[in-house]
Design a protein around this ligand. Structure first.
Ligand SMILES: *[C@@H]1O[C@H](CO)[C@@H](O)[C@H](O)[C@H]1NC(C)=O
Ligand SMILES: *[C@@H]1O[C@H](CO)[C@@H](O)[C@H](O)[C@H]1NC(C)=O
Length: 435
């Protein structure tokens, strides 16, 4: 194993072990109680895309080695749902029937958000892989197409939503990588480009929310730009990890295009004026009540900056990490996370035009904060991101650390000791497997 950094090695070893405990999943604090945020990310959802997004967040938090951001996600392992929190969670939420995995209420892409989980569950239970096949065939063969060939987010009319990008292409790419169908993997990359051709505001980098004959929204919705960039980051990671894509003639161009398309969005977001340290609900709207600083799009785009810094460090350097650290620090120090774990203010996810700030807990917003945490943690463990900025330690934390000094000489090292114990356990398990 080529490991130059110790923590990087630790992560690789953990990635090779079966699963990691909650303690190991949360080795260091982001400045707020991420376990409580994650608990609400599980309990609040009630709709197909919310379940799918929560499942991805739980997978990245508790089983990063199984997600496309892990080192070797393919071929997909047969994991018992009882040992993978995301799978135990989502097995109860998938409702086989409709277009495959759930009732999309007129949306083609939303049930597809459950597809990655369904493929994983399908390794031990055929009914899930069969339903994933049905969902896949519906998307590719039956869903309407926009005039340029992009798969519609709506079942009744060809309408493109930025949201689609997080729901369907990551599933299509995962399906393609697992089945070794490289035509389909390349087609998924092309779908991302077809979406960008229609939704990107020319010369601006940012994507419109919805284009088409129904519910059009030309505004640069922060969450929508997050869906697009984060969905493309998952497609990119899938292409990088898919064994059958290694050496494919189109691979380098796809990696370069997807990285560029993600960077256009991040660059525009990073240039935009923040409101109270957060991205605005409509990123460049500084004049109306729709432009308030908001946690969901902020957290999802910060997660993308961390993921890209780890995946493509040459193209996503210190400025991207610093920007994401700023969002993370604001969540930790700005009073945004209540004792209950609710993160606010969020946009009303069912009415993006709502000028009233949601403070009761956005199902998707909670998951986006978990995605940000998992991406930051992995970036730190890879040795690319920093664990702690000096500004993140509040006076109260410092006082608490000082007053506890007699009990624990170095409280800040607690998580490190825990990580070292996990490291020894993983080493032991490895020896047992090889003996
Ligand atoms: C790959 O996927 C495409 C699109 O679904 C399909 O038409 C084609 O038959 C598949 N190829 C193989 C070898 O399975
Ligand atoms: C200090 O000790 C108290 C009481 O045991 C504990 O609740 C608190 O989390 C500790 N603080 C730190 C920073 O370790």
């Amino acid at each position: 194993m080529n490991c130059s950094r110790r923590l990087g090695c630790l992560f690789l070893l953990l990635a090779n072990s079966r699963s990691i405990s909650a303690d190991d999943a949360i080795p260091f604090s982001p400045g707020f109680d991420i376990a409580k945020v994650a608990a609400l990310a599980q309990s609040l959802p009630s709709r197909s895309w919310e379940f799918g997004t929560a499942a991805e967040a739980l997978l990245e938090l508790y089983n990063p080695e199984l997600s496309v951001f892990g080192e070797n996600p393919f071929p997909v392992a047969a994991s018992s749902p009882s040992s993978v929190k995301a799978l135990a969670y989502v097995a109860e939420k998938i409702t086989i029937g409709y277009t495959g995995l759930s009732n999309g209420n007129g949306a083609t892409g939303d049930p597809a958000s459950l597809g990655v989980s369904a493929i994983m569950l399908g390794k031990t239970d055929d009914k899930f892989s069969d339903a994933a096949d049905v969902q896949f065939a519906y998307l590719v063969d039956d869903a309407p197409r926009y005039s340029n060939g992009a798969i519609s987010q709506r079942a009744a009319k060809p309408v493109l939503w930025a949201d689609f990008m997080y729901m369907a292409p990551p599933f299509m790419a995962f399906y393609a990588a697992e089945s070794g169908n490289m035509t389909l993997l390349q087609e998924t990359y092309k779908q991302c480009g077809l979406y960008r051709d229609v939704l990107q505001s020319k010369g601006q980098g940012l994507w419109k929310h919805i284009v088409g004959p129904e519910a059009a929204d030309p505004g640069h919705w922060s969450t929508g730009n997050g869906w697009a960039a984060a969905g493309m980051a998952r497609v990119l990671a899938t292409i990088l990890r898919a064994p059958a894509a290694q050496g494919a003639g189109w691979r380098d161009g796809a990696v370069s295009d997807l990285s560029g398309w993600i960077r256009e969005i991040l660059d525009a977001a990073m240039d935009a004026p923040l409101d109270g340290g957060l991205l605005r609900n409509y990123i460049d709207d500084t004049t109306s009540a729709h432009g308030f600083g908001e946690i969901a799009g902020s957290a999802l785009l910060a997660s993308v900056a961390y993921r890209m810094a780890a995946l493509q460090p040459g193209a996503f350097g210190a400025a991207y990490i610093e920007w994401a650290d700023g969002i993370r620090a604001e969540l930790g120090t700005g009073g945004h996370v209540k004792a209950s774990g609710v993160v606010s203010p969020a946009v009303n996810p069912l009415n993006w035009q709502d000028t009233k700030k949601d403070t009761s807990g956005s199902p998707e917003g909670q998951a986006m904060v978990v995605l940000m945490y998992a991406a930051w943690r992995d970036c730190v463990l890879a040795g690319t991101c920093q664990r702690k900025q000096p500004t993140q330690t509040t006076e109260a934390e410092l006082a608490a650390q000082t007053s506890n000094a007699s009990r624990s000489r170095c409280p800040i090292r607690k998580s490190q000791r825990r990580a070292q114990r996990a490291f020894r356990r993983a080493q032991h398990a490895r020896r047992m497997r090889h003996s």
